[in-house]
Design a protein around this ligand. Structure first.
Ligand code: ADP
Ligand code: MG
Length: 392
């Protein structure tokens, strides 16, 4: 069943709850990439323009039910106000009262990090439903637009959407369209580039994608589990021993299907997890006291060349610890290769999007920059996403 967008409802004068994804990287109280805030603007602007009042619900990081000050949405409220050029009322907790004239004035409010509430992410259905019922008092209509969180069965994503009449926002609409194209009939060769840190999360995804892609390129922290599966020693690099068997199955399946699965031939290593000058070593020469923090230059060139013939590319996860200036080159090389491709390029993931911007690339050099990391990957896997199911 097709999902309805906000355009299919008359929301003039309505009190709307908008679940947005404002989970931006913040360093020492400063937002280092506001991409997700900007991506949520079209829906917000439209709602306000038609005369709805809006209470925005969002999360930041993983406070696990604790009011961690460094994970407050306060800086996000400030930035949102700047971008919209209007006042954003900040609600410090779910008990907060809206001003009496809030709806009549078409007001805009942002609720504090919803994950300060342990019930938001609770495994217990009743606890989540309870929280959703409390949140429902903030409005009479629900708009789901937090694409980056739609794969989570959380109170503000799943249960709340079911209590109120609902629609999807423009961001969810465009994200789903792009991913549908990738899943449906991507132009071939179809390449997927995977990196990042969440090793075990992504290994599950690869098991599925291996059935669909022509070229699979591995970088980031997870590459070391692949190297270990091939019997190489990886020193102090990220490694998940319990995934070795899965990785071996992936390697075997890639071979069977004729998928071109590329692994690094060299990596850049450091002796500590810090921004120090690194050394380039071959993948079979990683020392016991060394950790791999980026792919090496030979690998970067190999990956760029393999990507040049692709017609569709999905990329999730930086190739290395791009936050360190000494370990950005792999990510830069892959990003650059994508900008040269004659075809559809999609970049997914909060850190990946932040990385390309931090490295000086412009959004319009890529076909589409998805705000979703895990959500995009699970969509590509063909999984049902709770936040989308609830909007049907
Ligand atoms: P995304 O948010 O785009 O989905 P992830 O959150 O999975 O990406 O991963 C991003 C993180 O992966 C970055 O913070 C980066 O520093 C880290 N990373 C990349 N390569 C390595 C590595 N070799 N060792 C440790 N961390 C890595
Ligand atoms: Mg991330």
């Amino acid at each position: 069943m097709a999902l309805k967008t906000i355009d299919q409802f008359d929301l003039k004068g309505k009190r709307v709850i908008l679940r947005a994804d404002l989970n931006v990287p913040i360093k020492e109280g400063r937002i280092t990439d506001d991409g997700r805030i900007r991506a949520s603007l079209p829906t917000l602007e439209k709602l306000l323009a038609v005369g709805a009042s809006v209470v925005v619900i969002a999360h930041l990081g993983r406070p696990k039910g604790e009011r961690k000050p460094e994970l407050s949405l306060q800086p996000v409220a400030h930035r949102l106000g700047e971008l919209l050029g209007r006042e954003v009322l900040f609600l410090s907790d779910i008990e907060a009262e809206l001003p009496v004239d809030f709806a009549a004035k078409g007001g805009l409010a942002l609720l504090e990090n919803i994950r300060y509430e342990a019930a938001e992410t609770s495994k217990n259905d009743e606890e989540r439903s309870d929280l959703a019922r409390k949140l429902a008092r903030f409005g009479e209509f629900y708009v789901g637009d937090g694409f980056g969180a739609v794969h989570r069965k959380h109170a503000s994503v799943f249960e709340l959407a079911q209590i109120l009449p609902h629609a999807m926002g423009y961001l969810v609409d465009s994200e789903v369209r792009v991913l549908e194209t990738l899943n449906g009939s991507p132009q071939r060769p179809y390449a997927v580039v995977l990196g990042g840190a969440k090793v075990s999360d992504k290994i599950a995804v690869i098991t599925n994608l291996i059935e669909k892609v022509d070229l699979l390129i591995i970088g980031g922290g997870m590459l070391f589990t692949f190297l270990a599966a091939q019997g190489k020693s990886v020193g102090k690099s990220l490694l998940e021993m319990d995934q070795i068997e899965t990785v071996n199955a992936i390697l075997a399946r890639a071979h069977e299907r004729g998928v071109n699965l590329l692994l690094p031939v060299d990596v850049k290593v450091a002796t500590e997890f810090k921004d120090m000058h690194g050394d380039v070593v071959a993948v079979d020469a990683i020392g016991n006291d060394e950790m791999g923090l980026d792919i090496g230059p030979e690998t970067a060139a190999l990956y760029a060349s393999a990507l040049s013939s692709a017609r569709t590319v999905f990329w999730n996860g930086p190739m290395g610890v791009f936050e360190f200036s000494n370990f950005q080159e792999g990510t830069r090389a892959v990003a650059h290769a994508l900008t040269e491709i004659d075809g559809m390029t999609v970049v997914g993931g909060g850190d990946s999007a932040a990385a390309i911007r931090a490295l000086g690339f412009k959004d319009d050099q890529f076909g589409y920059i998805s705000t979703g990391g895990g959500a995009s990957l699970e969509y590509l896997e063909g999984k049902e996403l709770p936040g989308l199911v609830a909007l049907r």
